[in-house]
Design a protein around this ligand. Structure first.
Ligand code: FAQ
Length: 323
């Protein structure tokens, strides 16, 4: 089924009933009537999210063979597998909106779909694995805990499960960070360097500032988003600053200061030019990431063919039994 449907005038009574359900805090389920724009917004957001989970395996997968101990290797393999599960789970959720997964994957592979900017940065040292768990999974939890209250039932339910696993990921990351931060001077320097490189890209994960976010107003009105990009970014900063202090690491922002009145940690200016370059495909690793996904997709063709052949065989034998 194709994602682009012909725009038809929608029955105002149906639209009004839908808006009333949203206002009453009801959950919208796959078989319920929904405006086409609501459906398209969800397909956009959920497919980008699923792609992010899948591409997000690559930076960390890069360190599985070089994890410093068996224990670290086991937990990293488990984390990367969890991200694959999240991706597949969210693709399934997206399919409840009448799109085909192969169409969405095709958009990722041909470079027309977006995925999170954060995964276009390289993992240069083992400390990056700790900092990704701490910052990137930490940011994902802040964002997704709120999405667990999204008005679309399958997405909200997926987020509840995903967040439980992300919590473990964040803890394994912060534990790696705290061990390195309390280690030798070289280990401390390595983890500080990782913090310096990942801090600003992590803040960009929350998307453009509210004034430059074309989708936020509509998504808030439909209760898909419950908080704006800037609100969630600020929450992440407020949670993370004390965690950095606890392990004596410095966040690379000379303008950061605590505002006693709002109780917020005010932060400096984000480099939106860098963000825009990355989401347009010009980040440090965009090409490498898509090349890796295309290679994996091509090498997995035989599995998809075998599964389709088996499904066809099953259908044929069921039809023969029924005849
Ligand atoms: N990267 O109008 P808005 C994870 C795009 S999962 C790339 O503000 P919206 C787990 C945006 O799509 C991380 N593109 O958009 C993990 C839109 O483009 P479009 C992913 C971005 O939807 C951890 C345009 O800019 N999480 O990390 C980004 O209202 C560790 C205008 O933006 C999700 O996807 C960006 N950072 O708000 C895995 C959560 N930000 O489509 C492995 C679900 C914005 O109009 C290891 N998504 N854009 O062409 C969301 O919450 C929202 O979609 C936002 C963006 C907040 C990402």
């Amino acid at each position: 089924m194709t994602q682009t449907r012909t725009a038809v005038a929608e029955d105002p009574a149906k639209v009004a009933a839908f808006e009333a359900r949203i206002a009453a805090g009801e959950s919208i389920e796959p078989k319920d009537w929904m405006p086409e724009k609501y459906r398209r917004q969800l397909v956009r957001m959920m497919s980008q999210h699923a792609h992010s989970e899948i591409v997000g395996m690559l930076p960390e997968g890069n360190w599985i063979t070089r994890a410093p101990s068996l224990r670290r290797k086991i937990s990293l393999i488990a984390k990367v597998q969890d991200e694959a599960g999240h991706g597949l789970y969210i693709y399934c959720g997206t399919e409840t909106l009448g799109v085909d997964r192969s169409e969405l994957v095709g958009q990722l592979l041909d470079g027309t779909a977006k995925y999170s900017s954060i995964f276009n940065y390289p993992t240069l040292s083992w400390a990056d694995i700790g900092v990704i768990g701490w910052f990137v999974d930490g940011a994902a939890i802040v964002n997704q805990t709120i999405l667990a209250k999204a008005s679309y039932g399958p997405y909200a339910r997926a987020m509840i499960r995903v967040c439980k696993e992300e919590n473990f990921h964040k803890r394994q990351g912060y534990e790696i960070v705290s061990v390195l931060a309390n280690g030798t001077p070289a280990q401390k320097a390595m983890v500080q360097d990782a913090v310096d490189r990942w801090w600003w890209p992590s803040l960009m994960m929350f998307g453009p500032s509210d004034t430059d976010s074309p989708n936020t107003a509509e998504l808030i009105r439909w209760k898909v988003k419950r908080k704006t990009n800037d609100e969630l970014r600020q929450r992440f900063v407020n949670l993370t600053v004390p965690q950095a202090m606890a392990v004596n690491l410095t966040l690379p922002d000379p303008d950061m200061r605590h505002d006693a009145e709002t109780e917020n940690w005010e932060f400096g200016a984000i480099d939106w030019d860098e963000f825009n370059q990355v989401i347009r495909g010009n980040g440090p690793c965009n090409k490498e990431r898509l090349d890796a996904r295309r290679k994996a997709h091509d090498e997995g063709a035989w599995v998809r063919e075998a599964a389709s052949a088996y499904a066809a065989k099953q259908r044929a034998s069921q039809a023969a039994e029924a005849a």
